[in-house]
Design a protein around this ligand. Structure first.
Ligand code: UT7
Length: 327
């Protein structure tokens, strides 16, 4: 049986740091509030002339170098993003072009903060079916482009950056992606969205004046849903695969709020120190958070480790995916 294994991981964040202290200077907030309510201390901001294609290209170039892979070996690129360079065309095709992936095609996948999870599961199906051998899955965002820095409840959360993995075919039955549960509830669209600029609300003077081009979030309403969505999805994957807590060496959660992460761990009776966490440094990079965590924890991972990825985001979309680390 063919399985999809992760054979390389990397991450990219821009250099510019936007700290809580910087935010204190431009809005009515405090480092103390942001740190205690979210765990975030700083986030990274892309320069105005670079966006998701740039992040994705840097990620592909690094993955190829790190894994000694020729560009021609890559069959497909999926870029999970909700902040692509343009509404059309997608960013994945530009990333293929700019990285010299002459044999690959690509497409963007928009499942907001759950994007990387959805893209990884999608890519693994192409590999399991024998259709493709090597696929790059990216989660990359320039969320700062959609922040209203007059809205202190939301703009303090998000940052820019992302990461990616090479997913490849393996006939070794132990390692690789084992199972995933993906969920959606479209009624959630009203609580987390960027309305302006889409085909229902094209950019007009009115939509601009109404600030519809910014990300809107009803954070309080989403908070509890996110916790429940993540632990229920993890529970479903665990039950279906007869997994106990000891089989999961790491939970790799979407980084939205430190209090969400501790609450998910608590509901599962799972040790919090085994929950990957880099929210203090990068904030919420939407589809970027999970690969950024894998990248930062790569040195601590051992071959055979059980990793439970989980996310919740706009849509609503959410889910969990269990894999065994392959190197
Ligand atoms: O990634 C996609 C999915 N998204 C999420 O999972 C996000 C989920 N939601 C959250 O993480 C949290 O709900 C937030 C961090 C967005 C907000 O935290 P909260 O504990 O739910 O705060 P709140 O909205 O209930 O606000 C509490 C108080 C309010 O003041 P009053 O009404 O009690 O006087 C807010 O006005 O905190 C105030 N507040 C702030 N104060 C200082 C809200 N934002 C700020 C701020 N600085 N930045």
């Amino acid at each position: 049986m063919i399985k999809a294994i992760i054979s390389a991981v990397t991450g990219y964040v821009p250099e510019e740091v936007l700290s809580n202290q910087d935010l204190e200077r431009i809005m009515d907030t405090s480092n103390e509030w942001i740190t205690t309510r979210t765990g975030i201390k700083e986030r990274r901001i892309m320069p105005s002339d670079k966006a998701v294609t740039y992040i994705g290209t840097r990620i592909v170039q690094d993955l190829l170098k790190k894994s000694n892979t020729n560009p021609e070996e890559i069959d497909m690129v999926i870029c999970a993003t909700c902040s692509g360079d343009f509404i059309m065309p997608d960013s994945a095709n530009s990333i293929c072009y700019q990285s010299g992936l002459t044999e690959a095609f690509g497409f963007d996948l928009n499942a907001a903060c759950s994007g990387f999870l959805f893209a990884l599961h999608t890519a693994s199906q192409f590999i399991r079916s024998g259709t493709y051998q090597k696929v790059i899955v990216i989660g990359a965002e320039k969320m700062s482009a959609y922040m209203n820095y007059e809205d202190r409840t939301t703009s303090i959360l998000f940052g820019d950056g992302g990461g990616g993995v090479i997913l490849e075919a393996s006939t070794d039955s132990i390692y690789g992606i084992v199972d995933a549960v993906l969920k959606g509830d479209g009624s959630g669209y009203r609580y987390l969205n960027i309305r302006g600029g889409g085909s229902l609300h094209p950019l007009t003077e009115e939509s601009f004046a109404a600030k519809e081009h910014y990300l809107y979030q009803d954070g309080k309403r989403i908070f509890k849903r996110a916790i429940r969505g993540m632990y229920e999805a993890i529970d479903e994957v665990m039950k279906r695969n007869q997994l106990e807590n000891d089989d999961v060496d790491w939970i790799v959660p979407h980084q939205a709020n430190d209090r969400i992460l501790s609450s998910v761990a608590e509901h599962l009776n799972y040790p919090y120190e085994k929950v990957m966490n880099n929210i203090a440094k990068f904030g919420n990079t939407s589809a970027g958070t999970i690969p950024l965590c894998l990248w930062e924890y790569e040195d601590q991972l051992k071959k055979g480790d059980g990793l439970m990825l989980t996310a919740f985001g706009g849509g609503f979309t959410w889910g969990a995916l269990f894999l065994r680390w392959a190197y």
